[in-house]
Write a protein that binds this ligand. Structure first.
Ligand code: FE2
Length: 282
């Protein structure tokens, strides 16, 4: 793979929320890491690569040298392709690699993760509200809190994926709607309610008293387009395939975590993905 066009990609991520790229790594390099990741995930389904010193110490004590060497290779590959520069330019800020992991989803009829956005509030613990507000403040106001701000995810398919077979679906422009709502909640113009799920997010937007506030942040046409494009959650019993990134192995889907996305069921094949997550350095 030649150098990626940083400004073209980040421009597209800022505008649409997502960019995809086939043959992201050199063929030989891809084969090498793909074999190693497949071997590692035979033992454990999810592999976290050590990023900070504490993780390192832990891994060394466990004599997990395979992972340390592979992590070095994976970071080198990312650096060669300027992943962090792409993330930095997309977010308009300095970034760091917060998570590097790889996970295997075994063949199954169950959706890996339904339509959702990563920041959206959901009441799942006693600290949910506090954690949400800290995440929102670091994301929207660039304020240093105990929770990291949302960032840019590089999702690299190690196995081929298709619609209804592990493909990631991402709704274009949806990150702008989620940014707007998170902003409006912090400003207390819209009451805090659960909006992790797409259906809940729509319910908030569709209330007339809320709708007008969105226009402080996004165009009416952008809001209407989102409402139209996401109608499927209300009406269709079938999963929509319109937004799927059905791509062969060694392809990358790079997206803003604020975008609405879902991982389709790996109905026919096991799915293996490698993920790099870059977040703002606050
Ligand atoms: Fe997610």
């Amino acid at each position: 793979m030649n150098k990626l066009d940083i400004s073209k990609i980040s421009k597209q991520i800022k505008e649409y929320g997502v960019f995809s790229q086939k043959n992201i790594f050199d063929k030989n390099e891809f084969e090498l890491i793909s074999n190693q990741l497949k071997n590692l995930t035979k033992k454990e389904k999810k592999i976290y690569f050590p990023i900070n010193f504490k993780d390192y110490l832990f891994k060394i004590l466990k004599i997990d040298f395979d992972k340390i060497i592979l992590k070095k290779k994976l970071v080198e590959l990312a650096d060669k392709l300027d992943f962090s520069k792409i993330a930095a330019e997309s977010l308009g800020d300095n970034v760091y690699l917060e998570v590097l992991d790889c996970y295997l989803s075994k063949k199954s009829k169950d959706t890996i993760l339904e339509w959702h956005n990563d920041i959206g509030y959901k009441f799942n613990s006693m600290n949910a509200k506090k954690d949400f507000l800290e995440k929102a403040k670091s994301t929207i106001y660039n304020q240093k809190t105990k929770k990291s701000s949302m960032g840019i995810k590089f999702f690299i398919y190690i196995t081929d994926v298709k619609s209804n077979d592990g493909a990631l679906g991402i709704i274009p422009y949806s990150h702008k709607v989620v940014y707007a709502l998170t902003n409006l909640i912090l400003e207390k113009k819209i009451e805090l309610k659960t909006y992790w799920k797409l259906k809940d997010l729509r319910n908030i937007i569709l209330q007339d008293e809320n709708k007008k506030h969105f226009l402080d942040y996004i165009d009416k046409s952008e809001l209407e387009r989102f409402i139209e494009k996401t109608k499927f959650v209300e009406t269709s019993a079938e999963e929509t395939l319109e937004f799927d990134f059905a791509l062969n192995k060694n392809s990358a889907v790079i997206f803003d975590e604020m975008a609405v996305h879902r991982g389709s069921a790996p109905t026919y094949n096991d799915r293996l993905v490698l993920r790099y997550l870059y977040r703002r350095k606050l």
